[in-house]
Design a protein around this ligand. Sequence first.
Ligand SMILES: [Zn+2]
Length: 310
Amino acid sequence: MRFLPLILIVIIAALAGVFLATSGNKANSGPFSGERAFAHVASLVGLGPRHPGSEAIAGAREYITGQLQQAGWHTSLQEFEEDTPRGRMSFVNIRARFPPGNGGEIDWKRGGGLLLLCSHYDTKLIEGVKFDGANDGGSSSGVLLELAGVLRANPDIARRVEMVFFDGEEAFVDFTEVDGLFGSRHYAKFWRSAPVEEKPEAAFLLDLVGDARLRLDPPSDSPRELLRELYGAAEAVGERGIFGLHPTPITDDHVPLNAAGIPALDVIDAAYISRGNWHTASDNLGSVRSQSLEKIGRVMLELLARRFGD
Ligand SMILES: [Zn+2]
């Protein structure tokens, strides 16, 4: 009987050890779920090719705004028309912000102190191909939707973020001054003339973030302080190894933002573009990995915590 308390203490200590180890792991893996992000990608892909003006992209818009609102975010649609190589087309950007705690209104015309998290949700129109855009347009949108859900539990950080889902990123023929980046060019135009203190302070654009061989190389001309911030967050969550730097500039939605005076970083799998699946029918759900979505999601959460946390 004398030994029983000792044995009990040993057992309790062992159980406590297991508990601490388990909760420690939980803290490390974080609340971002790659599987939930993947489910968002699957829902978007399930609607069919989402090229501008299509019924499918209208469905994608409904899905994205519905998910954002369920997570407590307010949404605002930015509708516009533009001439394209295929004639006059209509586009719709989706903006989302977390409401202020005091019950006040969101002022969509002021962006001071905000960080932009961006994705495009359209898919490229390719004649004769059922182009799903699971990685290209789907993956980054799925990650943002999962981030929106996670940030609900952290309103102080959520209120510092505007999420933007661009329409018309893809070119109808090829990227030129007047083809491609329709949504981001339109969105950036407003901020270009805004006073510096009312512009968003920076932007992180996610693009092609779901491939099995995820490798994220921002363009060579990226704002250095944003690169450092990204690498620092990646290092902190043990994912520094998937990040590098692409040897050239890249044409993507960050370009109009930078031109409008908002330092913007394109977090993109540039190598994916030359690996063979880019803009082909092989960019389907089967090529996207929840593990890849979770990696970039955890890095972005860490980045937000370091920028805005206490
Ligand atoms: Zn594309």
